[in-house]
Design a binder for this molecule. Sequence first.
Ligand SMILES: Nc1nc2c(c(=O)[nH]1)N[C@H]1C(S)=C(S)[C@@H](COP(=O)(O)O)O[C@H]1N2
Ligand SMILES: [Mo]
Length: 248
Amino acid sequence: MIRRRTLIASGGAGLLLSGCDRVIAQPQVRDIIFKGEDMHRALQRALMNRDALAPEFTPDQRSPYFRTNGTRDPGTAEYNALRAGRFADWRLQVDGLVARPLTLSLTDLGQFPQRAQITRHDCVEGWSAIGKWQGPKLGDVLKQAGVRDAARFVVFTCADLYGGAPYYESVDMVDAFHPQTILAWAMNDRFLDVGHGAPCRLRVERHLGYKHAKYLMRVTAVDSLAGIGKGQGGYWEDNVDYDWYAGI
Ligand SMILES: Nc1nc2c(c(=O)[nH]1)N[C@H]1C(S)=C(S)[C@@H](COP(=O)(O)O)O[C@H]1N2
Ligand SMILES: [Mo]
């Protein structure tokens, strides 16, 4: 720590931090550093600037073709019915550690201040694509719900099922209130299509693709991830040991 402060004082902090960011972005290194859960959050904060913005791009830099991955259509009876009604009956539940649980329609989401961003999506499977996303900031929605101080994580429950259980993901409060973390209902200036997560998906731009939960049904503020799924904070984290903190 003294070394780091000295570096900051001497103006070397930018170099040090971007260097660390690069090293930590390598999955093997992330594993070694972040697997110890106690150190995890403290180190993460010490080594990375969690408020930094992901790069944004210009409209002409958008990918002509944006792949779909994972679930491309939830195909459940419930989802099919919502889809048939063009998602007019879809509602997003916002609950858990909040003073005022919310039930939000697509129209409601459109009435929050909107944020639009053109960002690059990076999937662990080795592909990337640049697209434009629009929606309210998750932080604004959580504020409207009166999220409680005790909340440490936000859990996203999706409409698609894997082995009978919904796909789910979670982020901590730093990412929940990050300015580029939005509940996106539009992609490239159109309503989200089914392949990309209609009617609403999470965009959490400092993270790898699997954190960007599609087909959102429920947003829940919790104080612990224990007891949710297998307790690792997400479907892939539970089942194939992907890192919960998928920072890029
Ligand atoms: N509900 C849900 N969300 C999901 C997935 C999924 O299977 N189900 N796959 C994840 C993965 S691995 C990636 S790379 C992105 C893909 O988003 P896209 O289909 O819009 O490219 O969605 C993520 N969110
Ligand atoms: Mo992915």
